[in-house]
Design a protein around this ligand. Structure first.
Ligand code: SF4
Length: 282
């Protein structure tokens, strides 16, 4: 079988940075915590746990030690609580998420009502919203934005994983709502690039393997876009979940991985596919 690995498979810049900072902090020993899982990869979280890093649901559960802030950030109050408790802070918030938080704060301080384009339930959005000091609205689409009240000054930012089209739809709807609009393009293209590449790959192979946490929204989306083009798409977290029956009659296999999937998991999957191929020949 020919196995083709997508060029952008696996860690994006922000997740690579956060993971590096987390393992560096874990190496220093001492009490170390993350607020929620550091990234959406149960295997990375487990490795950190084996090194003594505990996952906390609430900053108030730590009285001392080091706290690592996850890649998609936390709410301003949680960060303030960590500072007031004198915890050592390793801020692994992705710089792109940080930028969105900073824009919300500065827009609010400048008197703008803020519109955040994104999923209100997502922790990244909850973190971004928490930096507003005035009125703030979260909208998921242009239709939702059309229902907003009229505002004198509107500031728009987007969750980093939103599509450019959706941001455009919301901005268009906001044009009918206010006299002055300031828009910050806070979308990171890591997700879109992975999806485009995965689609191109799925259209030229017989079977697609998508690796990443079952709790990772970007991996699930990758698997969905591939499945739409190629029903023989399988979403797995680890090599042990590969099933040799998936490769019967297959000549070309495409492999991709979500932005929170570490290289070691990808390598294990590639090794196992090679093994299955040898068993087929044997
Ligand atoms: S997807 Fe983009 S914004 Fe999110 S962590 Fe990765 S680089 Fe940062």
């Amino acid at each position: 079988m020919e196995v083709i690995l997508a060029k952008q498979a696996g860690f994006c810049f922000g997740v690579k940075r956060a993971t590096h900072l987390a393992f560096e902090a874990a190496d220093k020993k001492g009490e170390t915590y993350t607020l929620g899982p550091i990234i959406h990869s149960p295997q990375v979280v487990q490795r950190l746990e084996e090194m003594g890093v505990k996952v906390l649901g609430d900053v108030n559960d730590a009285d001392s030690g080091t706290i690592i802030i996850r890649s998609h950030g936390v709410a301003a109050e949680e960060l303030e609580a960590a500072v007031s408790k004198n915890l050592e802070i390793v801020d692994a918030t992705c710089p792109f998420v940080k930028k969105a938080q900073e824009h919300v704060e500065s827009l609010s301080l400048a008197g703008y009502d803020v519109v955040v384009v994104g999923d209100a339930d997502h922790p990244e959005v909850q973190g971004i919203v928490s930096y507003a000091t005035g009125r703030v609205y979260v909208v998921g689409s242009g239709e939702e934005a059309a229902k907003l009240p009229r505002m004198a000054k509107i500031g728009v930012v987007a969750q980093t994983t939103q599509s450019f089209e959706n941001l455009k739809d919301v901005v268009y709807a906001c044009l009918a709502k206010g006299g002055e609009i300031r828009v910050y393009h806070t979308i990171c293209d890591a997700t879109a690039v992975r999806q485009e590449e995965a689609k191109a790959l799925a259209s030229k192979v017989d079977c697609m393997i998508v690796i990443g946490g079952f709790n990772s929204a970007n991996t699930k989306r990758l698997a969905e876009v591939c499945s739409e083009l190629l029903p023989r798409t399988h979403h797995i977290e680890t090599a042990s979940q590969l099933d040799s029956s998936w490769f019967v009659g297959v000549e070309k296999v495409g492999v991709t991985a979500g932005a929170s999937t570490p290289k070691w998991l990808i390598d294990e999957v590639l090794d196992r596919i090679a093994e299955i191929d040898r068993e087929k020949i044997g």
